[in-house]
Design a protein around this ligand. Sequence first.
Ligand SMILES: [Zn+2]
Ligand SMILES: [Zn+2]
Length: 417
Amino acid sequence: MRKRQSVELLLARGPAARVDFLAEAKHIEPEMIRTRRVIHEHPELAYHELETSRLVAKRLESLGIEVRREVGGTGVVGILRGAGSGRVVALRADMDGLPVQETSDVDFRSKVEGLMHACGHDTHVAMLLGAARLLSGHREELYGTVKFLFQPAEEHGGRGGAMPMIEDGAMKDPKVDFVFGLHIEATRKSGEFGVREGAIAAAPDTFKVRIVGRGGHGSAPHETVDPIYVAAHVILALQGVSARMIDPVRPFVITVGAVHSGTKENIIPDLATLDGTIRTMDEATRKLAKRRVEEVAKGVCRTFGASAEVEFEKDAYPVTVNDPKTTEKVVSVLKKIQGTKVRKVEAMLGGEDFSRFLQKAPGTFYFLGSRNPEKGCIYPNHSSKFKVDEDVLKFGAASLAMLAFEFGDPRGPSQVR
Ligand SMILES: [Zn+2]
Ligand SMILES: [Zn+2]
C-alpha cells in the first residue's frame, strides 16, 4: 500500500496542470510508434486479442501498474494509484482488428492474411500505453486513481467488449467516477480533436426479416406465394418508416444490406431473408422505429399471403451520450494542447460500445483526426487502404494523460459536476 500524502500538502504544490504532458509525449513518440506498428502487423479479431492483451499487460507491469488480466475475456485493466486522494478516472482503448485484407502501402503491413487494424484500434492501444507511461512518471503529483481499460471486441456488435468487462467488474473496485475514450478518425484533419456534448454515436440495431412463402414452378406463380416478390415490396416499404413514420428532425437511417433467396431462375423458393440495420440517436425514436419496422414488414407480407418473422439482435449497443458538463471541461483541457484544434462535431450514425461505459459513469467519447493528404492518409476507417498519420499519436496520449490528471484532481471535477 502506498503512503498517502495529505491533500493539504499536495495543494501546496500548486496546480496540477504544471506538468507538460505534450512535451513528455513528444519524448516517447518513437516508442509509441514502434508499439503501434508491432500491433498493426499482428491484428487479432474480436474476442481473440490474446497477443495484444499480453503485450498490454506486460507493458503496464513494467511501469509498476497493477494489472488485472482476462477481464471479460481478453480485456486488461491497469490500475495506477496516485499519491493524493481524488477521483477514479477510467481511460479506454479498444484492441480488436477487422476482417479486411490490407492493401495500404506501409512497410509494416498486416502479417495476418485477411485481417487488418483498419479502424485504428492499434493506435488507441499505443496512445493509451503512452498515457500510462506518462502518468506513471507523475504518481507523486497525481490525485486519485487511473484505470486503464483495454477492451476486446468493439467491432463485434451485440455484447461487444465493454459489456463483458463491466460484468466482470471493470467499472468497480474502485468505482469509476469519470470515463474517457478516444477514437482516431481518418476523415478529420491531422491534429484536430472532434467533440460533442450529448449524443455523439448512434444505437445500431440489427434486424432480420424471414419471409415465409410457398415455393413452386416459375411458370405457375399463381400456385405459389413468391417470397422474392414479397421481399422486394418489404424493402421498398421499409424506407417508408424513414420517410413517413419518424420525425424528420430526428436522425434515422434504415438499410437492408443483405438479401438471400432462391437457387435457380425457374424455381420459386419457399423463403427469403433480409438483413438490415437501423440507426437512431435517442431511445424514444429507437423504440418507435423498431416497432414500425416489425409492423411494416409483417403487414406487407400479410398483404401478399406470406408470413414474416422479424427479429432484432439482442444486446445492441446503446446511443453514445457524452455528459454535457464533463464534456465542457474536456474541451477546455483539449484546448491547452498546442498544435491541435478542437472542433464541435456532428453526431455520427455509427455505433460504439463505449456507450456502455458511459451508462456507468459520466464521461466523453472524442475523436482525433489523422487525415494527411501529403502522407497519403486519405482513406476512411474500415478501408483496406486505411492509413494513420502517426504524428498525432503524441496528441492523443497527452490528451488522455491530461484528462486523467485534471479529472482525478478533487478541485477540478468538483467544479464541473
Ligand atoms: Zn470501426
Ligand atoms: Zn473503431
